[in-house]
Design a protein around this ligand. Sequence first.
Ligand SMILES: NC(=O)c1ccc[n+]([C@@H]2O[C@H](COP(=O)([O-])OP(=O)(O)OC[C@H]3O[C@@H](n4cnc5c(N)ncnc54)[C@H](O)[C@@H]3O)[C@@H](O)[C@H]2O)c1
Length: 267
Amino acid sequence: MGWLEGDVALITGAGSGLGRALVDRFVAEGARVVALDRSADRAAAVQAAHEGSVVGVAGDVTVVEDNERAVARALAQFGRLDTFVGNAGLYDYGARVADTPAEALSRGFDELFAVNVKGCLLGVKAALDALVETSGSVVLTASLAARSAGIGGAVYTASKHAVVGLVGQLALELAPRVRVNAVSPGFMRTDIRGPRALGLDDRTLASFPDLDELARAVLPLQFLPDPADYTGHYVQLASRANAAATTGVVVDCDGGFAVRGMGPPPG
Ligand SMILES: NC(=O)c1ccc[n+]([C@@H]2O[C@H](COP(=O)([O-])OP(=O)(O)OC[C@H]3O[C@@H](n4cnc5c(N)ncnc54)[C@H](O)[C@@H]3O)[C@@H](O)[C@H]2O)c1
C-alpha cells in the first residue's frame, strides 16, 4: 500500500524534470494526479504515460483562470483534492545585476517572480476550498538558493526566499485545516529555462556539461541527484499519516551543501 493511496494531487510544472518525477512517484504511491504544464505536448505526454491515473492540463500558473481550471478538473475527474504541489519554475542562470541592463532586469524580475512566486500563490488560492474540504496540504518547491547565495542570480535567489516566506505565512493562515510545507532540492539536471526578458528562454542546464563533476567536487554527498531522488520528501509531507504534525517546514535536500561552509572539499 502506497503512502498516498486514494489521494488526489495537483502538480504544476508537471511535464518535465522534477515535476514529471513527482507525477510518477505520486502515482506509484497510489495517488491520482492532475498535471498542469504550460506545454500542451508535455501535459498530454504525462497523461498518456499514466492513462486513468493522471489528467494532463495545459495552462499557465501565472493565470488565475488556468489554476482554477486545473482544480475544477481534479474535482470533476477525481472528486476531491488532497494536495497542491506548486513546482513550476524558471531559473535566471546566475544573471548578475551589474551585467544586466536595468530594463531587462525589471522585466526579467516580473517574468520570473510571476512563475516562481505568484504561480504558487495563485495555485494555493484556487485550491484552497477543496483543500479545506479534505484537510489537505500544500507542498511548494523552493531550492538550495532559498538558503545560499551564488546558486542563482539575485532574481532567482530572491524568488526562492519568497517561496519560503509563503510557506510561513500560509502555514499560519491556513491552519488548522491545511498544512503548508516546502522542499528545497539541490542540483539536478533538468530542462529548466529562464525568462525571455533576460534572453534565457532557450538556455538549458546542458550549458553546464560538468554538472556531475561540480556536484562531486562541492557536495559532501558527492553525487548529482536525479529528480526522482527528491520526490520522497514531497510524498512524506503530503501524507497525512506521516506528517500530520508538520506545517511551516522547509526540507533541505541539498547533498550537504549548506553544512559544508569553509570545510575542505569532500575527499
Ligand atoms: N534544476 C535544478 O537544478 C533545480 C534545483 C533546485 C530547485 N529547482 C526547482 O525545481 C522546480 C522544477 O524545475 P525543473 O528543474 O524540473 O525544470 P523543468 O523546466 O525541467 O520543468 C519545469 C516545467 O514547468 C513548466 N512551466 C514553466 N513555466 C510554467 C508556467 N508559467 N505555467 C505552467 N508550467 C510552466 C515547463 O514547461 C516545464 O515542463 C522549479 O521550481 C525550480 O526552481 C530546480
